[in-house]
Write a protein that binds this ligand. Sequence first.
Ligand code: ADP
Length: 264
Amino acid sequence: NATIVPHERPPARIGQLGLRVKKVVLVGSGKGGVGKSTVAASLAVMLNQMGSRVGLMDADVYGPSVPHLLGLEGRPEVDADKKIRPIELREGFPVMSMGFLVEPDQAVIWRGPMLHGSIQQFLRDTQWGELDYLIIDMPPGTGDIALTLSQSVPISGAVVVCTPQEVALLDAVKAINMFRKVNIPVAGMVENMSGFLCPDNGKTYDIFGRGGARDKAAQMDVPFLGGLPIDIRLREAGDEGRLHEVIADQPDAAAPIEQAARAL
Ligand code: ADP
């Protein structure tokens, strides 16, 4: 079980950040590289397509990849009243990322207080408008940021992304325990890289295995939200900054994401 050392600064009270958001959903993972940002961005795009007002916040300050996946760049403007105007993926679909504020090749060294402050500032000072969902792409494996968030806004649930490999599942279990420890309800697990969908023959090969997350979810008593195969369209689109186009135009590639989105 993770030990979480609360930050010395008094926490913001629930609702203090003044967000007008019906559901705040965190997307987390035990470790990096499992497709957490891909799932977070895809879920946000899918919920938007399904007719919801959605915002996406990339809180993965160590490796903000949402701008890259969605082909967004630019510097958010700051209004006279010091509110940050987010970058929009589509009209009325605000996206905010630390990636918009630092040069892509610059390493950012975060110390605890700065990190907590900046995440709260992101939430509080961004003009999110009125939203049905705010999807937050979390940094992997960190309990302290989840703690900060849980003390700042009411969180409706956390989605934990993992791959089917045993080691990845163990990390996912840690992530679930971490969310539970800070009283964030776990919305469920998504198994990413759940088999490889071969474009040549349409067959699925279980490169990293398959089904491990479903079993682990049952053991941990959390919902299983579905499996997303390794799909070259997702990887290419992510690299080319048009992940949202695959979610919009390739219903078969997007089907597992739709299934997970319906559960949120
Ligand atoms: P994380 O946020 O966990 O570090 P990313 O979402 O950035 O992971 O994904 C890491 C890499 O894997 C990216 O290049 C992404 O395009 C690719 N990727 C993620 N999920 C899939 C998938 N299901 N099929 C193919 N490529 C994927």
